[in-house]
Design a protein around this ligand. Sequence first.
Ligand code: CS2
Length: 470
Amino acid sequence: MRISQATLSGLAGDVARPGYDVGAQRCGIVHFGIGAFHRAHQAVYTDDAMAAGDRDWRIIGVSLRSGDVADQLNPQDGLYTVVQRSSGGASARLIGAVSHVIVAPQDPDAVIAALASADTHIVSFTITEKGYHRRPDGALSREDAALASDLAGQGPPRTIYGFLAAGLAQRRAAGLPGLTLVSCDNLANNGARLMSLMRDYLGGTDAALAEWFVQTCRCPSTMVDRIVPAVTDADRSWLADRIGLQDAAAVITEPFCQWVIEDDFAGPRPRWEAVGAQIVADVGDFEAAKLRMLNGAHSALAYLGLARGYQFVHEAIADPALAATVRTLMRCEAAPTLRPAPGLDLDAYADALIARFANTALPHRLIQIAMDGSQKIPQRWLETLAVNQAEGRSCAAILEAVAAWIVHVRGDVRPVDDPMAAKLADLWAEHGAEGIAAALFGEGGVFSATWTASPEAIEAIKGQIAGVAA
Ligand code: CS2
């Protein structure tokens, strides 16, 4: 039997229930990209905030493309379990914060109506790096088909920009207040970037609305952190035995959870800080440390680990050579580029990250992390490389990882899941092992807006490519 309001009496007694009247809450948040990460992170904080007394903050999820999550959550009245798993054991809790999911291509008007509702105060996003439709230099990628269609006003919206523009126009016309747009994706300065991308989009479509947007809406930056591997069928059947009901929307995660949010809201918000989030004046130092150390190490483990035949993060980090590379990357290459955020000891942070990667109770596939590298490496590696290069330091560990990524995107060993996969394969065909590093990172290269590699760095990558490819 499937979990839902009607079947809850069948749920195992030791699964914690929401500490508030779920059905009595209105929706105050619209969330784009309601994947496993959101369900294990922001939705949990919001569930806790309502249990602590906040009201009317249930979440309407929006899927921009597939109907899969709607099929998982809607028949369950939005209910699902979050399982926390570590070597110490597993615990499960039921989350009531999600109301329902709208599949945007099936019902675009419902998405716009949710954005235009007087009850909505916050719109948040986990749409992954590529959901922002940016070029490698960070500007709006106007040539992208979905974005071009939205900019031209052809048919219903397809991107967050098109939907936001339609929703904001209705709010403005109705005299409603602006919204807080909360990016929860792993981009550097995610709030400021979203603000500037949205302003650029509106500037090209509706200048008066662009002005209203800047005056009334806010885009706080956030740092989000929780490792949430994709759930497998085996996980779901293990969970059904454990909790007594089938749950198609369950998520399995680690005990660790962190959310640092810039204190910059347009209107009301849940008291997330009362339930463990940090609301701070400046997120930048937290964000840079997390992206360059955790995510930087993750991506290095992904490409170097796959090349050595590993499948999971915990296997790769158990390899002494890879552990040494990752430790060097974090402590000697990333850390010197960072200003420690208040209370953050970067050496201790690196050790804690290695312990999290080693969690064998939470198998995390390297191939999941290897996805979309072209969207990830600028903020994970290239900013670190740029700062170190400017200060005369080289970064052997990151360059080794860069070489492994370059070999990965050649695409002849395993499929490359990346919006730039075709372009990267073409570059390989055109430049070969001799010229590919310069085509990507040299003067005028694809990624040179973030890091223009020195001739020495290009040579070092070339040497590594020969090593990895051999
Ligand atoms: C990972 C992240 O898939 C990836 O690229 O590096 O999803 C990572 O697990 C999270 O950012 C941890 O907070």
